[in-house]
Design a protein around this ligand. Structure first.
Ligand code: GLU
Length: 438
């Protein structure tokens, strides 16, 4: 860990992600010292390749703008690099490395043959016109195309990158390489996308939480749920929670949160579906539209709930938030976003025996259906919505089973954080050992 901090200065999110995994691996290393003697640990924390590039584009005012693009190809032991692209002003190398590192273990947990990678840019899609977004995506792909490919590295969406952006990126890739191939996932249905890919992360999060709740004889029925982000994960999570008989009462952004005590449903959910994903608008617009309470400058975790699902971004739920949730009677926390709980918040939930689902396991449904999209592309075939949804459900149940079995095997009780890290790690580590020092 000391070496990781020294070799990667100024990247606290990356240190945080590595620290959590290495801590979880203590009992594994004690039993299997070969993971250390073969150098697997030292290699797994070092990306196989990192690309940083200039993304110049022209805005609607005719001015030239320069953003920075990234692709970190972290680990290809069990398949081509796979992971999303994030467009957000907070993006720098440390964010992409933390996300890429997490992706290695998440993808491994899905049981599908995908390595780990991540990319993105410090481009801010908020307030940009369609034309600006298209020109930015085209410029981004004009460099990225040479580093990716359907058997090399398959990017997808993440914060700020949805179906529209994937379309512009795919169009530019196809134009440059002159081949129609499955180089990106999250594509539109008529051009190689998979049914249920948009729903997959939100639905998968609900399926995983159902498994956790069932372990204590509970379900979503009649439960109050608080969430934060209302993008791809949050909106489809709400849809599924409603189907399962629960009620989601908050959405939030960096400026505050909306409290909707009757639950987000029907025409309100329809409105919310496009609010971020299409228009990139603030959460307060939802409160205004339906005359609901807007709570400025505070976090949704102060609202009493049974289940809390952070669905926005890294470190959005602090120790103080965790204490508040527990004292208000919250029984289950599932990480819909990537690393949304700070390390001390996670430890607090584990100490208090709250059902806690870590991001790598909880939100793996998105990349799992990306894996299914790759399979369908390879077969030149498409499954029905019900077929994909059924496979997604099976994968989420399997991830829960693998994570809880690994935790038990290493004497860690119900600790799914350690369980997911261990189960994800062992598959990748064994593949790395089999392939020699590469
Ligand atoms: N960005 C998503 C994640 O964090 C999906 C990645 C993908 O589908 O490749 O897992």
């Amino acid at each position: 860990m000391e070496r990781v901090v020294k070799r990667n200065p100024g990247e606290p999110e990356f240190h945080q992600a590595v620290h959590e995994v290495l801590e979880s691996l203590r009992p594994v290393i004690a039993k299997h010292p070969e993971y250390v003697t073969s150098g697997v640990l030292e290699r797994i924390v070092e990306p196989e390749r990192q690309v940083i590039f200039r993304v110049p584009w022209v805005n609607d005012a005719g001015e030239m703008v320069v953003n920075r693009g990234f692709r970190v190809q972290f680990n290809s032991a069990i398949g081509p690099y796979k992971g999303g692209l994030r467009f957000h002003p907070s993006v720098y190398l440390g964010i992409i490395k933390f996300l890429g590192f997490e992706q290695i273990f998440k993808n491994s947990l899905t049981g599908l043959p995908m390595g780990g990678g991540k990319g993105g840019s410090d481009f801010d899609p908020r307030g940009k016109s369609e034309g600006e977004i298209m020109r930015f995506c085209q410029s981004f792909m004009t460099e990225l195309y040479r580093h990716i490919g359907p058997d090399t590295d398959v990017p997808a969406g993440d914060i700020g990158v949805g179906g529209r952006e994937i379309g512009y990126l795919f169009g530019q890739y196809k134009r440059i390489v002159n081949a129609f191939e499955g180089v990106l996932t999250g594509k539109g249905i008529s051009w190689g996308g998979s049914l249920a890919r948009p729903e997959a992360t939100g639905y998968g999060t609900a399926y995983f939480a159902e498994e956790m709740l069932a372990s204590r004889g509970e379900s979503f029925e009649g439960k109050t749920v608080t969430i934060s982000g209302y993008g791809n994960v949050g909106t489809y999570l709400i849809e599924k929670v409603n189907q399962l008989g629960g009620k989601v009462v908050t959405i939030a952004d960096e400026y505050g949160y909306v409290y909707d005590p009757d639950g987000i449903k029907d025409e309100k959910l329809n409105f919310l579906m496009d609010l971020w994903t299409v228009y990139r608008r603030p959460a307060q617009d939802y409160a205004r539209e339906f005359g609901l309470q807007w709570v400025e400058g505070r976090s949704p975790w102060e609202v009493p709930c049974d289940i809390a699902v952070p669905t926005a971004t890294q470190n959005e739920l602090s120790l103080a938030d965790a204490q508040r949730l527990v004292s208000n009677g919250c029984i289950c926390v599932a990480e819909g976003a990537n690393m949304p709980c700070t390390a001390d918040a996670v430890n607090y939930f584990l100490e208090k025996s709250v059902l806690f689902g870590p991001a790598k396991a909880v939100n793996a449904g998105g990349v799992a259906v990306s894996g299914l999209e790759m399979s369908q592309n390879s077969m030149r075939f498409a499954w029905t919505f019900a077929e994909v949804d059924e496979r997604l459900k099976g994968i989420m149940k399997d991830i829960y089973r693998k994570s809880s079995e690994a935790a038990k095997e290493y004497g860690l009780g119900e600790n799914l954080v350690a369980g997911a890290n261990i189960a994800g790690f062992i598959k990748v580590a064994d593949a790395m050992m089999a392939q020699g020092v590469v």
